[in-house]
Write a protein that binds this ligand. Structure first.
Ligand code: DX5
Ligand code: ZN
Length: 216
């Protein structure tokens, strides 16, 4: 399968948002990854619904929304209405994950669960068949431009094994420190989707960088 490339808006130039979105629209990006941070679940605050409303109007790619917020279940309908196509909630932030996943699907969105670097893939045993995607964090969430955590390679292998053993259909997405080198290994191990922020938006030619990731 073709790797799904999701550039992360977090590293975009917000003074030039319209141009950045035009670049995404005209690129081979499959989705736009949107990082929402509340300053509680992670030590940073990014953006919320007003920016989502802009994306909904100006971005023609599906919005892959990564919620780094506590109690994400409170905001499912709000993000649906704001244009989210895929909603990622953190395992560590969801007390009743099964219910939250069902609510996301009931709103007509794809449901994904995200694991922090310290959270073992084994916790997904009883939820893997219910989710459309698992997002493995390969940095501690909160900031773009961090160094890739090597143990993520093992986690991709473990997750792929779990999906096969359970006959599940979840996609494997990886987020943090993705570049051509880490991305290549991740795809070889079975990752279906790569999120890349800094590597895309700080490149001299972001469109070409997206194409290179797509070709991995
Ligand atoms: C980190 C975010 C990532 C971030 C990735 O908390 O979830 O999506 O933008 O940025 P890079 O690719 O620069 O590591
Ligand atoms: Zn993210």
């Amino acid at each position: 399968m073709n790797t799904i490339i999701a550039p992360s808006l977090l590293s975009a130039n917000f003074a030039n948002l319209e141009n950045e979105l035009e670049m995404i629209n005209n690129s081979q990006a499959d989705w736009l990854h949107v990082d929402v941070m509340d300053g509680v679940f992670v030590p940073n605050i990014s953006f919320g619904i007003p920016i989502m409303e802009v994306l909904k109007k100006k971005c023609y790619k599906p919005l892959d929304v990564h919620l780094m917020i506590v109690q994400p279940e409170r905001y499912i309908t709000l993000f649906k209405d704001a244009g989210a196509n895929i909603l990622n909630v953190h395992y560590e932030a969801s007390t009743h994950l099964h219910r939250t996943i069902q609510q996301i699907k009931a709103e007509g969105m794809k449901a994904a669960v995200t694991l922090n670097p310290h959270t073992t893939v084994a916790v997904l045993e009883d939820i893997i068949c219910d989710v459309d995607m698992v997002l493995l964090m390969s940095v501690n969430p909160g900031f773009g431009g961090q160094k890739f955590i090597e143990n993520t390679y093992n986690k991709v292998t473990q997750l792929k094994d779990l999906i096969t053993r359970k006959n599940a259909h979840a996609l494997i997405q990886v987020d943090g420190g993705v570049n051509l080198e880490t991305g290549k290994k991740l795809v070889e191990l079975g990752a279906n989707s790569l999120v890349a922020g800094n590597f895309v938006f700080s490149a001299d030619n972001p469109t070409e960088t997206i194409a290179k990731l797509k070709a991995l």
